[in-house]
Design a protein. Structure first.
Length: 473
């Protein structure tokens, strides 16, 4: 590099060195590890004030060995001293904790010769410090250089790895009579190594810089930040399949009983229970046609009972009901309803009905719909009503009744249907409470009548599966 004679500029002047010294206080006997890397490239023969830079560096560093507190472990490296052309010419002359006299001997014998492989020297220095025990003391790498990397390396990037080594490490850099390009690189190394850069343009400036860097290297490591409080997320419930019927046989399995059977309106074939209705006979009917009653046990605690279906839903009002039924006056039922109305709103609807001693209460929400009347309440937006009907022919819909403690809710979801926000559309009702079991798990389908007591067409539901899941919090 060029041998430039400059005025004393350490951080822009002597004031910066004073601040560095005051900010760290005098060197203490606190345990620390300091690894010096001294530039041994050929440019160190360049002179300042008639004295070779290498002589100034050797004399200053030798004296510092007596000033570094005894509690600190010191090591010494150099580069460029054995080959004029090699980019691997990096020498680890004294390991951490070596006798100060041995380090002084290595400094005295050093003779500059070759290139400036800063990257390679940093890699080896960072590795040595990161492995040094004990791991919980401040570790400092002090690089002294009079020039820029000359082996096509990227020491600035390598310096970043010191902050990922798992120990408290800093890289401090002293630039000795460097030009602007070299200074920019050396400053970057110090910044990425979470250390400080000291700029020295002459002999006295170099001595001051070396004293300051030793003071900084002896500073206590910054305390580790307090860990963020751990916020425990609520544990997800454990869901265990308790019962499943995929209707794979040629008739209903033994765990089903049929009340008020009409064999002409149901059939099991092709893995589907197909049910047909052209009459109003839901849970509220005296004798609901083809009421499928589950004869097995339910889980002792919380559970979900879900029924998945498709259908040709061309009746005036198509309904599927699943829930706990004792009789027409006592039940808790989730329902799916698809119907057009005379008020300008064709829609599908997820409802929950609680009937106790003949007194019925109902809650629910629109799932999909079309029409100005219900547009504001349609979570999937204003859709084509015929398209909704057509979707049910091929796309499965699942209706679930859920028990949590003494509370019951109903849920509906159809594969691939998204809300206006672009998320999977799942509708869940508010809850009803029942202190005692409202009855036996059952399901049926029917064609409802309108408000004038009339209905038309047939409701055809294809039941793909009935699943009961046990829920454990």
């Amino acid at each position: 590099m060029k041998n430039l004679s400059k005025k004393n500029t350490i951080f822009g002047g002597a004031t910066a060195i004073t601040m560095a010294l005051c900010g760290t206080g005098h060197a203490t006997a606190s345990t620390s590890d300091i690894l010096f890397i001294l530039d041994g490239s050929g440019s160190m023969w360049g002179q300042i004030e008639g004295i070779a830079k290498i002589e100034t560096a050797k004399k200053t560093l030798t004296k510092l060995m007596d000033d570094v507190p005894e509690g600190a472990r010191v090591g010494f490296m150099t580069y460029g001293t054995t080959s004029k052309d090699s980019c691997q010419d990096v020498a680890f002359l004294n390991t951490l904790g070596s006798e100060r006299a041995a380090i002084k001997k290595s400094i005295s014998d050093l003779k500059p010769l070759g290139k400036t492989p800063i990257q390679t020297s940093l890699v080896k220095g960072i590795s040595a410090l990161s492995k040094a025990e004990p791991a919980d003391v401040q570790k400092s790498l002090v690089l002294v250089s009079d020039g820029i990397e000359t082996c096509d390396g990227d020491p600035c990037a390598v310096a970043t790895t010191s902050q990922q080594a798992g120990v408290a490490m800093k890289i401090h850099v002293v630039g000795f009579n460097v030009d602007s390009e070299a200074r920019a690189q050396l400053e970057c190394i110090a910044k990425n190594g979470n250390g400080q850069y000291f700029n020295a343009s002459d002999t006295e400036g170099f001595k001051d810089a070396m004293q300051a860097v030793v003071q900084v290297a002896q500073a206590e490591p910054e305390p580790a930040p307090e860990p963020e409080p751990v916020v425990e997320e609520p544990a997800e419930p454990t869901i265990t399949e308790f019962f499943r019927d995929d209707f794979d046989g040629e008739e209903l399995a033994e765990h089903w009983a049929i009340e008020h059977a009409n064999p002409d309106n149901f059939i099991v074939e092709g893995g589907v229970l197909t049910m047909l209705s052209s009459a109003n006979h839901g849970f509220a009917a005296e004798e609901p046609e083809n009421l499928m009653v589950y004869t097995g046990d339910l889980p002792a605690g919380d559970w979900d009972a879900e029924i998945t279906f498709t259908g040709e839903l061309t009746a005036s009002r198509n309904r599927l009901t699943v829930g706990l039924r004792k009789d027409k006056d006592n039940y808790m039922a989730a329902s799916f309803d698809l119907s057009p109305t005379g008020s300008g709103c064709g829609r599908t609807y997820i409802g929950l009905t609680k009937t106790t001693r003949g007194q019925a209460e109902g809650i629910g929400n629109i799932y999909r719909g079309n029409g100005n009347y219900c547009y504001a309440t349609m979570p999937a937006g204003n859709e084509d009503y015929q398209a909704i009907i057509d979707d049910h022919i091929e796309t499965p819909m699942t209706v679930t009744i859920s028990k949590r403690g003494r509370n019951y809710t109903a849920t509906g979801a159809m594969e691939g249907v998204l809300s206006t926000a672009g998320e999977p559309l799942v509708i869940e009702t508010n809850q009803f409470t029942s202190l005692r079991s409202p009855g036996t798990l059952s399901f049926t389908i029917d064609r409802q009548n309108d408000r004038f007591g009339k209905g038309s067409g047939e409701a055809l539901f294809l039941i793909d599966s009935v699943v009961i899941n046990q829920i454990e919090e």
